[in-house]
Design a protein around this ligand. Structure first.
Ligand SMILES: [Zn+2]
Length: 196
């Protein structure tokens, strides 16, 4: 380990999900400390002095029992580490993390019974698209019925008759260039997956 120079890569803290070097600016540095001592001692040499060895052992035990595995860094997948979602990178020190409604379009195929299927489209309005207009365009494009309805959370969505989930992404990005493909998601088996 000492002979080979390690490639530069970002180590993300498993406690606060910031890059480890930013933990001290993060929401709860105290909670990050045990993890940092175990996984990124070089970044915070002060922590080791602050915590004696016995305490570190105790903390490691706590971490293991809490189910947070300590990745040694060596065996961890380097590409996986560096290609973490961009959102995480945005949460940099100093900037407060504001929770505002995320701009995204969510498409879900809902099967009412074996024959009847509806594709719901949520979130186009967040990109300045008028839903009634979008509904008409979708109905025309796919030669089917489409309407603006109130979803379970009182938010308006578009219900399109039939399964158009395979063609709808191209149609959306071509029709409304303000909607990036990266902001379009599908709900599949209850999970949100990116369309891109
Ligand atoms: Zn942290």
């Amino acid at each position: 380990m000492a002979e080979k120079p390690q490639p530069v890569r970002v180590l993300y803290c498993l406690v606060c999900s910031l890059p480890a070097e930013y933990c001290e600016f993060g929401p709860d540095f105290e909670k990050c400390k045990p993890w940092l001592i175990q996984n990124a001692p070089d970044l915070y040499p002060g922590l080791i002095k602050e915590t004696n060895a016995k305490e570190a052992d105790k903390v490691a035990e706590q971490l293991q029992s809490a189910g947070i595995s300590s990745s040694s860094g060596d065996g961890a997948t380097p590409s996986g580490v560096t290609s973490a979602p961009k959102e995480e990178v945005k949460r940099l020190p100093g900037g407060k993390i504001k929770k505002k409604e995320k701009q995204e379009v969510v498409i879900e195929k809902v099967t009412r019974n074996k024959r009847k299927c509806i594709t719901t489209v949520k979130g186009l309005d967040l990109f300045g698209v008028k839903l009634s207009d979008a509904s008409k365009k979708l109905g025309k494009k796919f030669a089917t019925g489409a309407s603006v309805v109130k979803g379970p959370t009182e938010k308006e969505q578009i219900d399109v008759q039939g399964d158009i989930s395979y063609d709808i992404v191209d149609f959306i990005t071509e029709t409304w260039p303000d909607v990036p493909e990266a902001a379009i998601y599908f709900i599949e088996d209850g999970k949100k997956v990116p369309a891109a």
